[in-house]
Design a protein. Structure first.
Length: 163
């Protein structure tokens, strides 16, 4: 009976990866104006919180200045973070299935980077958006950091005597 439940539950371990793919796909489906407004809102919130924490009392002009300066790094950090999380959600179930070492890096990398490519292609059909090789590169960096994190963490915690 235990083997039956394991056989039944193992495929469900990929549900978080599918949910993350849906979330990324949803963000990519936003128009350029919607995406830009979201980045502005998040960047502004960071500046406002930092202003309060550092007790700088910035006026509205300075807040907008720093918000504009911060928007690009926030957008790229969001890309990297999305794909870091996706890679975690893909790598962990693969690790549970016994995929290890270079094969984990290659398979999880292929899935994550492949999704990044198809996601950028998807953006070419969205108003005010377009595909970007740079974004695929940034997504790939986040993905490979996530894959390596799973590889190192699982090896360290699950096989401590091998070290």
């Amino acid at each position: 009976m235990k083997k039956f439940f394991i056989l039944l539950l193992k495929p469900l371990s990929f549900i978080p990866a599918l949910c993350m793919m849906y979330l990324i796909f949803s963000f990519s489906g936003q128009s350029g104006a919607q995406s830009g407004a979201l980045s502005q809102k998040i960047s502004r919130e960071i500046v406002v919180v930092a202003d309060k924490a550092l007790d700088k009392n910035l006026d509205e002009t300075r807040i907008q200045y720093y918000t504009d300066k911060l928007e690009f790094p926030v957008r790229k950090a969001a890309h990297m973070t999305e794909y870091f999380i996706l890679a975690l959600c893909v790598s962990l179930p693969l690790y549970v299935y016994g995929v290890r070492g270079i094969w984990l890096i290659l398979l999880a990398g292929l899935i994550s980077v492949g999704f990044a490519c198809t996601d950028e292609f998807h953006q070419s059909f969205v108003d005010g958006r377009g595909p970007s090789k740079r974004d695929v590169g940034i997504d790939s960096i986040g993905a490979f950091i996530g894959i390596l994190f799973i590889q190192i963490t699982c090896h360290g915690f699950l096989h401590p005597s091998d070290s």
